[in-house]
Design a protein around this ligand. Sequence first.
Ligand code: PBG
Length: 338
Amino acid sequence: MSQYNFISSRFPQHRPRRLRKDDFSRRLIRENNLTVDDLIYPCFVLEGHNQRQSVASMPGVERLSIDLLLKEAELVHSLGIPMMALFPVTPSEKKSLDAAEAFNPDGLAQQAVRALKREFPELGVMTDVALDPFTTHGQDGLIDDQGYIINDETVAVLIKQALSHAQAGADVVAPSDMMDGRIGAVRNALEMQGFIHTRIMAYSAKYASSFYGPFRDAVGSAGNLAGGNKFSYQMDPANTDEALHEVALDIQEGADMVMVKPGMPYLDVLYRVKQTFGKPTFVYQVSGEYAMLKAAILNGWLTEEVITESLLAFKRAGADGILTYFAKDVAEKLKSSV
Ligand code: PBG
């Protein structure tokens, strides 16, 4: 203990500030770095041509028709971002109780995948596997007459949806629905159809979070959410052991990559998942996190440095990659700083 006995000593025995004094040594001792290779850019896709709509609760985020999405992809690709994640905005007349539009080979997501892979074969394309954009009630699965989301019948539809994405050329399918057994079922179907290279990123620890509000606004599934919540399938924000259990099942069922969602309020979960399994682990900085940071930045209450700080927190906690609506801005900033 003697080295900590500052009372009897005239000087601090240790001066950790030495290494923080200059930029060169701060850079040398930096433990975690954020690079463009860490980023996945989520995009909202609209029907039609030359369509561009802003999302009220997500300033700076736009829904784009496929022709404009291709222009966006060109920029994303040139910035070096490895992958885009697609979220289709389904017009209400195409929503139904059986969510049949989800596996329409000419649906919006399927068309967008084909167009992107044709124009930018090297840019990774990931799709969302869940029924909420396609059901009239906005739940991620089919419902019974009590309004309960029925598991196995939903999984049967998810299989068709995932196969239609793989057929269109999706590199990664990402089940975000939280039904039991869906990773194994999707993996099995992909193998049986010869899609041995299609990767699965499982939304494994997906919480029933209020941070998804702006996303539901963006894809138009907010107003009609029957039952008002997703508590019977998404996880309770109070739990962490359960998250490890969900991740273990998804890995056992064949997930290549696992995900924790939301991000910043669940850093403890991210840390435990990476420490426990050592699998490629991703985190989703969701719409509500984007909205909070963006609102404060636009109001001048925070500076935009909070963006990279928030993403570095994910790297510290063990994330291999991050889905973030800030991906383009961050990639541009990283490019100008080299
Ligand atoms: C759909 C899905 C959601 C998000 C991604 N996929 C919404 C939800 O589960 O209600 C949320 C993404 C975000 O908030 O940015 N299953």
